[in-house]
Design a protein around this ligand. Structure first.
Ligand code: FDA
Length: 300
């Protein structure tokens, strides 16, 4: 891991820097590159524009590490309203949520109940409910919640991170329950005994895991902006059905090109005011992005 990436990922955990940064106008301007706006209406507006171009979307309200149950209930209620609106406005949109936003750290049973109600509503409105993957200490709990909810609902998917050394074993055990999996490279700061420190090992693991999932019959989503890797997987797993999900504002031209070539593409749209840790993880993925922040500082 580069020093710049490690420093940025460390900064993403600092509430003091978050407070300083979030108040600045230049920061709000810089963050616009990765989100259409803080409000859910901004997300719907963008989703309608993507839909006109044949691209689907996935919504996520930014937030994590909620420590009181009432707040997690409010997050669930927010998504229930969003799912109803997805149906009413007929936008081809899924939702994706972090389990620590739905109270996984407070009480597992209550978190499962919240996810159950969201997965049920997603099914009723013809959408899909995705579970994000957070730091490695949450993986066991996240898998438990996924298994519990998958037992009763089909349209529920889970994110797995290719950089984790444990993921091939998780894939093998999940394949037995007919999973839907979004494969990503992994966005957090992890020790080398837990995650590959070298990008090339993560990239190889990503290829192997994706091919295994496709050949094992899982509904597979390639959550990556790595177009060369997508092309290699597409060639190797010719004839298998998969979707590509990318983040809003990253590789926009490739999103459209893939959709034109017949791949189902969805753009993940984030919204909400709690964007600091999420935004700094985006900077860490490509430390050159820090220049956008600097440019905005001097843009007046
Ligand atoms: P890689 O880093 O190799 O980038 C490939 C190319 O994409 C780069 O060369 C560059 O051109 C471009 N690119 C990538 N990131 C960029 C950025 N920030 N700014 C500008 N250009 C960029 N992680 C996680 O741990 N848990 C999760 O639940 C999710 N969920 C998730 C959903 C979806 C739909 C996506 C696309 C990603 C995630 N991630 C995630 C993030 C993921 O783990 C990873 O950090 C990023 O996708 C960056 O890695 P790439 O796969 O894009 O490859």
């Amino acid at each position: 891991m580069s020093i710049a990436r490690a420093l940025l990922l460390k900064a993403s955990r600092s509430s003091w820097i978050a407070e300083q940064f979030r108040r600045r106008r230049f920061a709000k301007a810089a963050v616009r590159r990765f989100m259409p706006g803080e409000n859910v209406d901004d997300a719907f507006r963008a989703a309608n524009e993507f839909a006109r171009e044949g691209l689907g979307t996935v919504f996520t309200e930014l937030g994590e590490g909620v420590t009181n149950a009432a707040e997690s209930d409010a997050v669930r209620d927010h998504y229930l309203v969003v799912l109803d609106r997805i149906k009413r406005e007929a936008v081809p949109t899924h939702v994706s949520v972090k389990l620590t936003h739905l109270g996984m750290e407070i009480e597992r049973g209550a978190c499962i109940a919240r996810v159950e109600s969201l997965a049920k509503r997603a099914e009723e409105v013809g959408s899909y409910f995705w579970i994000d993957m957070e730091e490695s200490n949450y993986v066991d709990a996240t898998l438990d919640v996924y298994r519990a909810v998958r037992a009763n609902h089909e349209k529920v998917g889970l994110c797995l991170q290719a950089y984790l050394r444990r993921t091939p074993a998780d894939v093998e055990s999940l394949l037995k329950i007919g999973p839907s999996i979004r494969v990503v490279k992994g966005a957090y700061r992890e020790p080398p005994e837990v995650a590959f420190p070298k990008k090339k090992d993560t990239d190889q693991a990503y290829f192997d895991l994706s091919v295994r999932l496709l050949e094992g019959g899982a509904f597979t989503v390639l959550g990556t902006h790595d177009t060369a890797l997508i092309a290699r997987i597409r060639e190797r797993a010719a004839g298998k059905k998969f979707e590509v999900h990318m983040l809003y504002g990253i590789q926009s031209a490739a999103q459209r090109a893939l959709a034109k070539s017949g791949v189902k593409v969805r753009v993940l749209i984030s919204y909400g005011s709690n964007w600091y840790p999420w935004y700094v993880r985006r900077l860490a993925e490509r430390p050159a992005n820090v220049w956008f922040v600097v440019k905005n500082m001097f843009a007046g």
